[in-house]
Design a protein around this ligand. Structure first.
Ligand SMILES: [Zn+2]
Ligand SMILES: [Zn+2]
Length: 284
């Protein structure tokens, strides 16, 4: 690892393709490399897919973020582009809680090199079906207006439905009531968290964490060829059991690998012995 001033991406001026005010989040994470990030707000990134169901996202989250970073380079005739994309998935452990996954992709057009930063955490995404004005009033008391904004749909929405919302970016009680009023005669409405970064403050720390992950990957350079993103890509299990010294399924070392030259380096875990509870012989 070199000092920041000698880093190949020190004081660069990347362009971020975003409509949603993410620049300060990434700039904050990239402070040590002294990036001057400018935002390209001329492209409707929502056309690549939205959370509010009107436009389904066709590519994967990583492909979409990379596409945005490449577009930033092409549209602005610059070498360095940034793209960011979020998603909400059900927690693979419980299958119940929504987990927010944020990605920030850096693209170097000259080297055709992409590096992806990732962070995940509890998602602020919520949805309520409201059947009448009383239900709306009760719900309003729990909303975090105006900092958190909301999306309104006519009717009862389920997972995976693709319907255009009545309105996005609802930021006041009055606005919400006015929009709902003509909908009650037709039945229920569905209210959902507006997940766009500028409308959803709870999402912003996660985007910043993804940007920090990106910067730490860029700052981790291959000792052999100096390429960036010398990152952990594999693990080795077999940490010896503290009681009988037999190898256990516990991780013994993480393996950093360079994708440019193939150089690999083991990074042993902090503990040298595994708890016998993980041992296939002591605790079969
Ligand atoms: Zn290398
Ligand atoms: Zn053992």
């Amino acid at each position: 690892m070199t000092t920041a001033a000698h880093h190949p991406y020190f004081q660069i001026q990347p362009v971020l393709l975003s409509l949603h005010d993410k620049t300060p989040l990434i700039a904050c994470a990239a402070a040590e490399l002294q990036w001057q990030i400018s935002a390209d707000e001329g492209f409707d990134t929502d056309s690549l897919g939205t959370f509010s169901r009107d436009i389904p996202r066709l590519a994967t989250q990583q492909q979409t973020a990379l596409h945005k970073a490449k577009l930033a380079c092409q549209r602005n005739q610059v070498r360095f582009g940034l793209g960011s994309e979020g998603s909400v998935q059900l927690d693979p452990q419980t299958g119940l809680l929504p987990i927010g996954v944020e990605m920030v992709v850096f693209y170097d057009a000259q080297l055709d090199l992409a590096v992806t930063g990732i962070a995940q955490g509890p998602s602020p995404l919520q949805r309520w079906v409201l059947r009448d004005e009383t239900a709306l009033q009760q719900r309003i008391a729990t909303l975090q207006l105006p900092a958190q904004q909301y999306v309104l749909f006519a009717g009862e929405l389920t997972d995976g439905s693709h319907t255009a919302p009545v309105a996005k970016g609802i930021a006041s009680v009055q606005q919400l009531q006015d929009l709902c009023a003509p909908l009650w005669p037709n039945g229920a409405v569905t209210l959902e968290t507006d997940y766009r970064a500028h409308a959803c403050p709870a999402r912003r720390p996660l985007i910043e964490a993804a940007a920090r992950d990106l910067i730490s990957r860029l700052q981790s350079q291959c000792p052999q060829c100096q390429a960036v993103d010398f990152s952990i890509r594999q693990k080795k299990s077999g940490l010896p059991c503290a009681a009988c010294h037999a190898p256990t399924p516990q991780v013994k070392a993480w393996v950093r690998q360079c994708q440019a030259c193939g150089f690999a380096q083991d990074e042993p875990v902090a503990t040298s012995m595994a708890d016998p509870q993980y041992c296939p012989f002591c605790n079969p």
